[in-house]
Design a binder for this molecule. Structure first.
Ligand code: LLP
Length: 455
């Protein structure tokens, strides 16, 4: 089957983001699909469905590929950060820390998860276009690098850092005016974006900061967008960033970090063909090196912030198949026990996924079906028009590539509890997020006395 791409020894071909399935995917002697040495149907039996499954080896392989490629291609210092908005949990923070990477966070919740998971605070970068005062205080108190997104951040921080206290470490985010081909909602680099300063405001920020005592501008940040397959936008970005770096340094700011954001795409379906992590890093590194050479600038520390390409293809979701509705001459709906609450991407971005049956992965499809969720919304469809073997209620269906922006974007729509998550490695599975129960959802409801029926 096309989804089963064998583990490749060649670094470029084995890049996790170029494989739909996790790298440890195999078929056991009973022809069941296994990941991390564990059969997916046995996980369904043990933990129930829907279930998020993460493959530890694939995550670690992505982290290593980012770190090794940066060392190989960039002659200066570098730090790879994991953009934890893709999937934030204690176990992922701990893996990231043990791989020597840093982390990018955008809220108090993500920040606490990173710290508790063991990521050193000097390797945490705090983003956000509307940070609260308590979030900024938490970030400053932990000596986290703070990304200045707008004047409101500057105003708030000025009240947080007291005279004589340690200076805040700041990176200035700006919109580089670079277009890329991806979904409208996940483009961020163009001029019309809610994030960051406009490039033409930066000189005045540099002037403003000459008089500011409470913080140092130590870096610049730009992020172009997400699920990008082209490398040209990042090639262009290097030049734009180094131009601004030069201006900032000329104003006397100790700018020694350029953070080029994330954005590398992953393979969701067989028609997707993203560049490998290694080739993306090579382009980013070489173009930054060249841009610095051209402007005679000392090489800054190169930071990048991948999210999707670290965890996306390491994850999959297993569902139980339930009801079937055949509309003669139109289509057949096969419903699963999850849907838009555990994976809002198809309904939000019309995202495509690949699927197969956990215990019959090798049987080629003979039934064209639409895999629907169980939510009360007609658009709650996970996969449109896919070929799978004729299938009965109770069978386990696998949706690949759900490691990024599924759990982190999940909701309780229709008061459906969120799935559990397990991590698999070396024939072992560990529960890393408990399944919610209806009581968890009810926990924050309050029924004031006057609404309680009296007899
Ligand atoms: N850095 C910044 C500042 C970002 O805004 C993002 C993603 C990243 C890094 C990581 O980008 P990645 O490497 O994951 O492409 N919910 C959408 C994706 C939104 C991306 C938001 N920002 C989706 O499901 O496709």
């Amino acid at each position: 089957m096309s989804i089963l791409i064998p583990f490749e020894k060649d670094l470029d071909k084995a890049s996790p983001n170029r494989n739909i399935a996790p790298l440890t995917t195999e078929i056991d002697s009973e022809e069941r699909l296994c990941v991390g040495g564990v059969s997916l149907s046995s996980l369904a039996k043990q933990y129930g469905t829907p279930l998020y499954v993460l493959d530890e080896l694939t995550i670690r392989k992505s982290c290593k590929e980012y770190c090794d490629s940066l060392k190989k291609h960039y002659p200066g210092k570098s730090t790879a950060l994991y953009a934890s908005k893709a999937n934030s949990s204690l176990v992922l923070s701990s893996i990231i820390a043990s791989e020597g990477m840093g982390i990018d966070v955008v809220s108090e919740g993500e920040l606490i998860t990173a710290i508790k998971g063991g990521v050193p605070s000097n390797k945490i970068v705090f983003h956000g276009n509307n940070k609260s005062i308590s979030e900024l205080r938490l970030a400053y108190d932990n000596d986290v690098i703070i990304v200045l997104d707008n004047q409101y951040d500057i105003k708030q921080l000025a009240n947080i850092v007291k005279p004589g206290e340690r200076k805040a470490r700041l990176i200035v985010r700006f919109t580089p005016g670079i277009e890329c081909h991806t979904h409208e909602y996940i483009k961020t680099g163009m001029i019309d974006s809610k994030f960051g300063f406009n490039a033409d405001e930066l000189e005045s920020i540099f002037i403003q900061f000459k008089k500011i005592e409470w913080g140092n501008i130590i870096g610049l940040h730009a992020h172009i967008g997400s699920q990008i397959f082209e490398v040209q936008p990042h090639r262009d970005l290097a030049d734009v960033m180094v131009k601004i770096l030069e201006v900032g340094r000329n104003y006397g700011h100790p700018i020694d970090i350029l953070n080029v954001g994330g954005g590398l795409g992953i393979k969701y379906t067989s028609s997707d063909d993203p560049p490998s992590i290694n080739s993306w890093v090579k382009v980013v590194s070489e173009s930054l090196y060249e841009a610095c050479e051209n402007r005679s600038q000392k090489l800054p520390l190169l930071m990048c912030e991948p999210g999707r390409s670290i965890v996306g293809t390491a994850g999959l979701t297993i569902y139980s198949v339930g009801s079937k509705k055949e509309i003669p001459g139109i289509k057949t709906y096969l419903a699963v026990d999850g849907g838009m609450s555990d994976n809002p991407r198809p309904i939000t971005y019309q995202s495509k996924y690949s699927t197969c049956l956990a215990d019959r992965p090798l049987l080629s499809g003979n039934k064209r079906v639409t895999i629907a969720g169980k939510h009360c919304e007609s658009g709650d469809v996970l996969l449109n028009d896919v070929l799978i073997p004729d299938c009965n209620g109770g069978e386990i269906l696998v949706v690949f590539g759900t490691g990024a922006y599924n759990s982190s974007m999940s909701s309780n729509y229709n008061r459906i509890p969120k799935p559990a998550s397990v991590i698999v490695s070396k024939s072992n599975a560990d529960l890393v997020q408990r399944r919610e129960c209806p009581e968890d959802i009810l926990r924050n409801d309050i029924l004031p006395d006057r609404f309680i029926a009296k007899d």
